[in-house]
Ligand binder design. Structure first.
Ligand SMILES: CC(=O)N[C@@H](CCCNCc1c(COP(=O)(O)O)cnc(C)c1O)C(=O)O
Length: 395
């Protein structure tokens, strides 16, 4: 007689007390290193979720762990009205890797906060209030960021509390719609260089360059949302480098501080200087602990050449996925190690099978797409294991 596995007391507590918004998987993850994660039973998984594209440099990167330990012993709490050495070091490192001209930064604690800051700095930066956003775009869950987010299921429960009357949505990639939508009332165009939640859809270089040209022509800002594409994910430090486009502002978060909660709006001095003093703020933004982790993370990305790793491994990963040759696969697409496999049927059962039968963690990006966002430090052997597992569940 098989004994029912004893229900985890951790799982029971989390399900009992959590808000209920999440579809909780029936596992309890307790440890991770690099691209490997272990649950409380000791089962190992290869992690192609990586916290939704946060653990780009690998779980518990030793440099980040060391930096957190040392900083925790020195100084954890210091608001941004009081300058701090680690924050200064992080800002210097970050501006050093950002596209030329993006040398002013509002530090915060998440992607949605970075988008909220982007909205406010764009309004004061231009004196305008209208925005152009993209169909299938995702900008975050707060009411302000939700106004830029296309998918109705995220917005409908909140009705007109999500005020997107000043937002025009256009088809991602459609230059004619873009030209018609951007006017002299447009404060900014918001777009992801690769749509993540929207199905892993890279923009064409032509579209990126046209957005840049048209926004400049109309006096509107170009704000690139690199919250998911940033920090080596797509084979460059930032995805905009693939097209050579330099925005007026860029929202950042996820992988920026090696796994600690972080967000930032990077922008030109022209945009920054038009925000009235005291016009925005955050208690935890720029805290020394996160900043220390961020310094270590950015240095590790450069020293271990992680952008090139993502480019090379991403090409390898997509080539192997295309070689699977399953009739259930419609398309393998992506950029670097931001990969989506669009199936001809719902992806959820295959994502579940990968987790339960194969010990591989993946995530959805719209109902038909299996998304792979592994740590950039994933090994070729682990990629081979993931592809073999994927081929088996598709049989
Ligand atoms: C399980 C869970 O909560 N998932 C998150 C996953 C969000 C992943 N994307 C975040 C994101 C955001 C929002 O970033 P944050 O607030 O979640 O840090 C903004 N812009 C882009 C392009 C992004 O990809 C969610 O469903 O809101």
């Amino acid at each position: 007689m098989t004994t029912q596995p004893q229900r985890s007391k951790w799982l029971e507590a989390e399900q009992k007390y959590d808000s209920g918004v999440y579809n909780k998987h029936q596992v309890v993850m307790v440890r991770a290193k690099g691209a490997a994660v272990w649950d409380e039973t000791g089962r190992e998984y290869i992690d192609c979720v990586a916290g939704y594209g946060v653990a780009n440099i690998g779980h518990s990167h030793p440099d980040v762990v060391k930096a957190i330990k040392e900083q925790a012993d020195r100084l954890i709490v210091m608001p941004q009205t009081l300058p701090n050495d680690k924050r200064a070091e992080f800002l210097t490192e970050l501006v050093g890797v950002l596209p030329q001209g993006l040398d002013r930064v509002f530090l915060c604690n998440s992607g949605t906060e970075a988008m909220e800051a982007a909205k406010k700095f764009a309004i004061t930066g231009t004196g305008r209030k209208r925005f152009v956003s993209m169909k299938r775009g995702f900008s975050g869950r707060s009411l302000g960021a939700l106004a830029f987010t296309w998918e109705p299921k995220y917005r409908e429960p909140f009705g007109d509390a999500v005020d997107n009357r000043n937002v025009d949505f256009i088809t991602y990639g459609d230059i004619e719609q873009l030209r018609a939508a951007v006017t002299d009332e447009t404060a900014a165009v918001i777009l992801e260089p690769v749509q993540g939640e929207g199905g892993v859809r890279p923009a064409t270089t032509l579209f990126m360059q046209e957005v840049r040209r048209i926004t400049r022509e109309k006096g509107a800002l170009l704000i690139l949302d690199e919250i998911q594409t940033g920090f080596c994910r797509t084979g460059k430090m930032f995805a905009c480098e693939h097209s050579g486009v330099v925005p007026d502002a860029m929202t950042l978060a996820k992988a920026m501080a090696g796994g600690l909660p972080v967000g930032a709006l990077a922008m030109t001095a022209e945009v920054a200087d038009r925000m009235p003093a005291g016009g925005h703020g955050t208690t935890f933004g720029g805290n020394p602990l996160t900043m220390a982790a961020g310094v270590a993370a950015l240095r590790a990305m450069k020293r271990e050449n992680m952008a090139e790793q993502a480019r090379e491994k991403g090409a390898y990963f997509m080539e192997k996925l295309r070689a699977v040759g399953s009739p259930k696969i419609r398309e393998v697409r992506g950029l670097g190690l931001m990969i989506g496999v669009e199936l001809k049927e719902k992806s959820a059962p295959y994502i579940a099978a990968l987790e339960h039968e194969e010990g591989v963690l993946t995530l959805q990006a719209t109902p038909l797409v299996v998304r792979f966002l592994p740590p950039v430090t994933i090994s070729k052997e682990q990629i081979d294991q993931v592809v073999a597992a994927f081929a088996r569940v598709l049989e």
